[in-house]
Design a protein around this ligand. Structure first.
Ligand SMILES: Cc1cc2nc3c(=O)[nH]c(=O)nc-3n(C[C@H](O)[C@H](O)[C@H](O)COP(=O)(O)O)c2cc1C
Length: 197
């Protein structure tokens, strides 16, 4: 049996908010962009791609956006999820998108099994950012994903990005790059976990 690593793992970036200038989306783009620089094939699914019907648990009918999301998640070796902190938790938009992973339950690697999951949260204060990050990591874990050791919490009351999406804080830039690196590193070797099956 040949054990090998992927030089170009597929990493899906998912999240942001419905707000045009979302700090959450900028953080997602920044981390995903770093994974791309390392060699990943990246797919970005932000708010317009995630305006999905509430997950229809009692029906097999899926709209085009949902099928697009599922096709990308199925191929993914790693995922970066970015959510705002809304009233003590992740946003409905992001949670609903993640609920669609239910449709991957019958796959060889169900849900997000075998995928690294980098979690990013932006909220208007540290308390909400941290508690929401813990929640998001819990959701990733429930989906059988492998949350990376580093998650990134952002306090959007502090200047983080300019209008073009450039990161204004060297410390935040370093954390987002490290998260991108960790998702990339695990996504490159995750297949080895299954090589002995
Ligand atoms: C519906 C809603 C609920 C929110 N709830 C909280 C909250 O409970 N705590 C908090 O710190 N910020 C809260 N915020 C602020 C967002 O977390 C904050 O703006 C975050 O950085 C998302 O901003 P973005 O649109 O720039 O990504 C809320 C915002 C909205 C729109």
């Amino acid at each position: 049996m040949v054990l090998s690593r992927r030089d170009h793992p597929v990493i899906v970036g998912l999240g942001g908010t419905a707000r045009a200038d979302s700090s959450c989306e900028k953080a997602l783009r920044f981390a995903l962009g770093h994974a791309e620089q390392l060699g990943a094939e990246t797919i970005l699914l932000t708010s317009t791609a995630l305006q999905l019907p509430i997950y229809p648990a009692d029906s097999d009918v899926r709209d085009g956006l949902a099928l697009n999301l599922l096709a990308h998640l199925k191929r993914a070796n790693g995922v970066i999820v970015a959510s705002p902190g809304y009233h003590g938790s992740i946003s409905g938009l992001v949670k609903n998108a993640l609920d669609y992973a239910e449709d991957l339950r019958g796959e060889e690697r169900p849900y997000l099994e075998g995928r690294s999951v980098g979690c990013i949260v932006s909220a208007a204060g540290w308390q909400a950012a941290i508690t929401t990050l813990v929640t998001l990591r819990g959701v990733a874990h429930a989906l059988r994903g492998w949350p990376t050791p580093l998650g990134v919490a952002i306090n959007s009351m502090e200047p983080s990005f300019d209008a073009e999406g450039r990161c204004l804080s060297p410390a935040l830039a370093e954390r987002l790059q490290t998260l991108g690196e960790q998702v990339f590193a695990f996504a490159s070797v995750a297949d080895l976990l299954y090589a002995t099956r």
